[in-house]
Design a protein around this ligand. Structure first.
Ligand code: NCD
Length: 310
């Protein structure tokens, strides 16, 4: 059983919780290999996907995970809802409660909303991304992807590259990867780094070339243009020169090292078209599609564990 009722913040998870999640992800990953990709584990349970921010892959991933567990899942997105008609969040919550559901999966631009909804409904919550704060299910599927590819975590060198400032994925990955004994280096320009860097207690450098030969995992972040209130980088050329991944740089990566990205990729910015289009890449292995695939098994594990923890 998990030691917590909600998956809101990576900081709340113990190493035992994380082990349990990975173990269950493995079990469900096997289910996804079968002809009949379904188990009756959560028959009769109802999950509400509450998305107040746009999303395609995360929402679909949760939907598929719920269906593979035989749970019912309903989608609520703010653009098609009464939120646009001026309904307050508390009224939305009351409406939800009247529907009698068992679990809420929430994406919202405001970090405080998860706790607020949790307190007001008493329902368990899985955070599917809150503003610039956290994206715990992404971090857990990233961890599971690393486990499947490299086996162990202790002492791995992980470089997280790009727009750290605006990235909830980076915040969750840093916390989780450090918890599991990995060494983190943030690779970015000072404009794309948060001010409170001491809090993370990680190494920092400014060029991808500083770490390209030593990283076991190169985690490329998306430039979050929609969250940037001003211009954070002089030009795309400049970004490519210091922070972009191209074929030449991939050539100097360690044998068996991994390239990851939470998606969607801005082709030609953080990763070049040539790298994205190559079938047979030198050395470093692109794990982006594998991350999406592992997202379903990891979310099945999370939904299952949260609903059976009680
Ligand atoms: C991430 C997100 O929304 O934070 N994407 C995702 O969940 N697939 C990362 C991003 O948008 O850059």
């Amino acid at each position: 059983m998990l030691s917590i009722k909600n998956i809101i913040d990576i900081a709340d998870l113990s190493v035992d919780d994380i082990g349990l999640i990975l173990e269950n992800a493995d079990t469900f990953d096997e289910v996804l290999e079968r002809d009949l990709k379904k188990v009756p584990a959560l028959r009769g349970k109802t999950i509400l996907n509450l998305f107040f921010e746009s999303s395609t892959r995360t929402r679909i991933s949760f939907e598929l995970a719920a269906k593979r567990l035989n749970a019912d899942i309903i989608n609520f997105t703010s653009s098609s809802s009464s939120m646009k008609k001026g309904e307050s969040i508390i009224d939305t919550i009351k409406t939800i409660q009247s529907m009698i559901v068992d679990l809420l999966v929430i994406r919202h631009s405001d970090s405080g909303v998860m706790d607020f909804i949790s307190r007001n409904t008493g329902l368990p919550i899985i955070n599917a991304g809150d503003g610039k704060h956290q994206h715990p299910t992404q971090a857990l599927l990233d961890l599971y992807t690393i486990k499947k590819a490299l086996g162990d975590f202790k002492g791995l060198e992980v470089a997280i590259v790009g727009d750290i400032l605006n990235s909830r994925v980076a915040r969750s990955d840093i916390l989780l990867f450090k918890k599991m004994g990995m060494n983190i280096t943030l690779v970015s320009s000072s404009m794309l780094l948060p001010e409170n860097l001491d809090y993370f207690d990680v190494r920092v450098c400014s060029k991808i070339d500083d770490i390209i030969e030593t990283a076991d995992v190169l985690y490329m972040l998306r430039m979050q243009f929609e969250r940037q209130d001003r211009k954070y980088y002089p030009s795309i050329n400049e970004y490519n020169r210091f922070l972009g991944l191209d074929l030449k740089r991939m050539q100097s990566m360690k044998e068996g090292s991994l390239v990851m990205h939470p998606g969607p990729v801005n082709r030609g910015i953080e990763i070049s078209e040539a790298v994205m289009n190559s079938e047979d890449l030198p050395k470093g292995k692109i794990k982006i599609n594998e991350q999406v695939r592992n997202g379903v098994a990891t979310r099945m594990a999370l939904i299952y564990l949260v609903l059976t923890t009680g």
